[in-house]
Design a binder for this molecule. Structure first.
Ligand code: MSP
Length: 517
């Protein structure tokens, strides 16, 4: 049974390119979800990795004058460094050139071969190397690849085929019975109409180059790279390894495959059909996000301000980077990103709202309460107190609902409702006035306690998106490591901030950024 396992994946990225905004986007989204689920005490397994085989990689290596393996070994650290820089908390990192993967792929083919799902045939058609995708003559647009517009090459070879065409009805029935399998809805419709239009058998092997996993029953054939890549989701959790059988049963199926909308057919048609053929359960949800668009914006290579993750992290910091993409682009839809809107979000949400709330409150705690959390208020709560508390009370559920829909924007907005209310509360209660004479003492302490408690709870729900600053806020509140939270609902209960906890001011969490900086 898989009940207490939460398995989430990103696509495995091609090693012909280094990490960029697009690949970082998928990875951060998966990371935020993985972090949130860990905070709920779930047994998370978060997988990412690299797609290292195929003609495109072989070509890149050849152009660089190195072996394909050397090429991959040279690029892999770039991804590891990038994910480290972006605070990605993956539990495993699979490379398709690893032995564990090859063994799994071969076991898979042997099974499908034994069970009669493969046959030898003749393939004639067009191949787009950059996309590693087969096309028929009539699918081409002006002789070019219909998705990327680049040249295709004509292939004529004897290949092994997978009987994909036999799975149309089963797939349609599956989509019907499992409406949550492909999300969002628009992608589901796209997939359904694609399958309804009829499936053709799929060529699963190539013989014109050797950079891939050989078919165990036909060693001169290497696995078509897309099929090789899809199998990573099961080989990483032990498919094909008898010693890992229990682990595989515990982890598979995955709860989520996160993918971009461009690779949905592979994940929602071919992959489930392959799993059905192998008698394996299907992933619960394939969620396709949209594209990040930078067109029409200031960012361009010629202007020298093209956005690379490293440059943006250097300028804004890792948490602001993560926050921006999760907050500003609706997950599942295309979204424009620009330096301008990033600066705006940063200054508005992070510097003004969140950073400022923390720094003024920690300052006031030092100034008016000897840097110690006062006692929780005992007297009658005012309307303002009640409002603040109510907003904090709604937050866990609102956040959970939004995360269930993978609506990161709404999840963060829910946290922001509390942050904004806390700022309003401080403005309205004006601790600086209460501090003017001793008669305001009790109220001053009550206000400080309530506002600090709101900050503690807000930090909790900011943590999946902004793990570093949330950890820092909890540290400044004198609390335990926020990463050790495994029951977020309980941690979010009002009043858990302990009296007497030592508060430290610290540096500004999000120093204001000026456009020309
Ligand atoms: N290797 C395959 C995936 C195999 S998974 C079994 C692949 N790799 S990729 O490196 O080209 O891209 C991976 C992901 O990055 C895709 O999900 C793609 O949608 C995403 N992005 C690439 N550019 C993007 C944007 N500009 N915006 C958002 N995501 C985009 O495909």
């Amino acid at each position: 049974m898989t009940t207490d396992s939460f398995y989430v994946t990103t696509p495995i990225y091609y090693v012909n390119s280094v990490p960029h905004l697009g690949t970082a986007y998928t990875t951060i989204a998966a990371d935020a979800l993985a972090r949130y689920r860990r905070m709920r005490g779930e047994d998370v397994f978060f997988l990412t990795g690299l797609d290292e085989h195929g003609q495109k990689v072989a070509q890149a290596a050849e152009e660089a004058g190195v072996s394909p393996q050397n090429w991959c070994d040279g690029i892999a650290p770039r991804f590891l460094e990038a994910w480290d820089m972006l605070g990605i908390s993956n539990d495993d990192f699979i490379r398709t050139t690893e032995e564990r993967h090859k063994r799994g792929v071969q076991a898979f083919w042997q099974k499908l071969h034994d069970d009669g799902f493969l046959y030898q045939g003749h393939y004639e058609g067009w191949y787009c190397v950059p996309d590693e995708t087969y096309w028929t003559e009539d699918q081409l647009e002006d002789g070019k690849c219909p998705t990327c517009g680049r040249d295709t090459e004509f292939i004529r070879e004897d290949n092994w085929f997978f009987k994909l065409s036999e799975f149309g009805d089963r797939l349609l029935a599956y989509y019907d019975e499992n409406p949550g399998f492909v999300q969002p809805e628009t992608r589901r419709n796209e997939v359904v109409s694609f399958v309804e239009s009829g499936l053709r058998d799929l060529s699963i092997s190539r013989t014109n180059f050797s950079w891939g996993v050989p078919l165990p029953f036909a060693e001169n054939h290497v696995t078509y790279v897309w099929i090789d890549a899809l199998l990573n989701y099961i080989t990483a959790v032990g498919y094909g390894d008898p010693d890992m059988a229990a682990e595989f049963d515990r982890r598979w199926p995955a709860q989520y495959h996160f993918v971009g909308k461009d690779i949905i057919r592979f994940h929602c048609v071919i992959w489930p059909a392959m799993l059905m053929a192998a008698g394996l359960p299907l992933p619960v949800t394939v969620f396709a996000h949209g594209f990040l668009l930078t067109k029409g914006e200031k960012m361009s290579k010629s202007k020298g301000n093209v956005m690379s993750p490293a440059e943006l992290v250097e300028r804004f910091g890792v948490d602001a980077y993560r926050y921006y993409f999760l907050r500003d682009v609706r997950f599942g839809e295309d979204g424009s990103v620009s330096l301008e809107s990033m600066v705006q979000r940063y200054n508005g949400d992070l510097a003004n709202d969140w950073g400022n709330l923390c720094s003024r409150l920690f300052n006031m705690t030092e100034k008016y309460a000897d840097a110690v959390v006062p006692a929780p208020p005992g007297g009658v709560a005012t309307d303002a107190d009640e409002t603040l508390r109510a907003i904090a009370g709604f937050l866990p559920e609102k956040y959970a609902d939004a995360m269930e829909r993978l609506d990161y924007g709404a999840a963060l907005e829910a946290a922001w409702d509390l942050i904004k209310e806390a700022n309003r509360y401080i403005e309205q209660e004006a601790p600086w006035n209460l501090a003017k004479d001793e008669s305001g003492r009790d109220r001053l302490e009550a206000v400080l306690y309530n506002a600090l408690e709101a900050v503690r709870i807000a930090a909790l729900f900011c943590a999946p998106a902004m793990p570093n600053t949330s950890a820092e806020v909890w540290k400044r509140l004198g609390l335990e490591d926020i990463q050790s939270v495994t029951d977020v609902a309980e941690s979010a209960e009002w009043g858990r901030l302990p009296q007497g906890s030592r508060v430290t001011k610290g540096e500004s969490l999000f120093p204001r950024i000026y456009e020309d900086q």
